[in-house]
Design a protein around this ligand. Structure first.
Ligand code: HEM
Length: 218
C-alpha cells in the first residue's frame, strides 16, 4: 500500500491550475507589466483591505479553535500594514470612501461566514492568501517598487513585507506541517481542497472586476 501524499501537497497540486489562472489574469499582467497607473495599484490594495479585514476580524474569534487556531500567527497579520499603505496611496479620509467591488464583497462575506461557521473552510482562505503573500507577493512588491517608485519595503508596499518573519521558507514549511496535521477527516479535507479552489476563483473574480474599472486604452 502506498502512503497518501501530505495534505499540503494535495492542496497545492489541486490549486495549481487555479493559481495559473489568477497569476495570468489580465489585471495582474497589466499591473505587473507596468501598463497601469498607481491608482490601479491603490484600488487593488483597497480591495485587499476588505479581504484582510474579513480574514483578521474573523480570525480573532477563532484563536482558541482546535482546527483554525494554530494557523493564526500574529506574525502574519496584515491589516495595519495595509492601512499604512492606504494612508500613503489614497487621500486622507479614504476609509469613509472605500468601496468593495462586487467580487470583493462576495469574497469578504464568504470569509466572514466561514470564520463563524466552518473553521477548516476558514483555513482554506487563510492558506490561499497568506501563503501566496509569502511567495509570489514578493514579486509583486518588487515590481511595484520599480514601477511606481515606492521606497524599498516602504509605505505603499508594507503589505508585502512580513517584518516579523525572518525566514519565510522555514515559516512556510511549518505552515505546511500544520496543514498536514489538520485535525479533520478525509471527507472534510476534500471540502477544504474545494474551498481553496473557491478562494482562488474569488481572487480571479476580484481581478476581473478591477480589469473592468481599469481597462487598457485600445
Ligand atoms: C502575478 C501574481 C502571482 C505570482 C507571480 C505568484 C507567484 C507564486 C510563486 C512564485 C509561488 C511559489 C511557488 C513555490 O513555492 O514553488 C506562489 C505560491 C503561492 N501562491 Fe502565488 N502568485 C501570484 C498570484 C497568486 C494569487 C492571486 C493567489 C491567491 C490569492 C496566490 C496564491 C498562492 C499560494 C497559496 C501559494 C503557495 C502554494 C503552496 O506552496 O502551497 N498566488 N505564487
Amino acid at each position: 500500500m502506498t502512503t497518501p501524499p501530505p495534505f499540503s501537497t494535495v492542496i497545492r497540486a489541486a490549486s495549481r491550475d487555479r493559481h495559473t489562472e489568477a497569476e495570468n489574469s489580465a489585471f495582474m499582467g497589466d499591473l505587473l507589466g507596468g501598463r497601469l497607473g498607481v491608482e490601479a495599484f491603490a484600488r487593488y490594495t483597497e480591495q485587499l483591505w476588505f479581504v484582510y479585514r474579513a480574514l483578521e476580524e474573523g480570525g480573532a474569534a477563532l484563536a482558541g479553535d482546535p482546527v483554525a487556531g494554530p494557523f493564526l500567527r500574529p506574525e502574519l497579520l496584515r491589516l495595519s500594514a495595509l492601512e499604512r499603505d492606504l494612508d500613503h496611496l489614497l487621500a486622507p479620509g479614504w476609509r469613509a470612501r472605500a468601496t468593495a467591488l462586487p467580487a470583493t464583497a462576495r469574497y469578504a462575506a464568504r470569509i466572514t461566514r466561514l470564520a463563524a461557521t466552518w473553521p477548516a473552510g476558514y483555513v482554506a482562505h487563510h492558506y490561499t492568501r497568506y501563503l501566496g503573500d509569502l511567495s509570489g507577493g514578493q514579486l509583486i512588491r518588487d515590481t511595484a517598487e520599480k514601477t511606481w517608485g515606492f521606497r524599498h519595503k516602504g509605505d505603499g508596499v508594507r503589505f508585502y513585507v512580513f517584518e516579523a518573519i525572518a525566514n519565510p521558507a522555514a515559516f512556510k514549511r511549518d505552515y505546511r506541517a500544520l496543514l498536514d496535521d489538520l485535525p479533520v477527516g478525509e471527507a472534510e479535507r476534500g471540502r477544504v481542497v474545494d474551498e481553496c479552489g473557491t478562494a482562488f476563483a474569488l481572487n480571479t473574480a476580484v481581478f476581473a472586476d478591477l480589469a473592468a474599472v481599469f481597462p487598457l486604452p485600445a
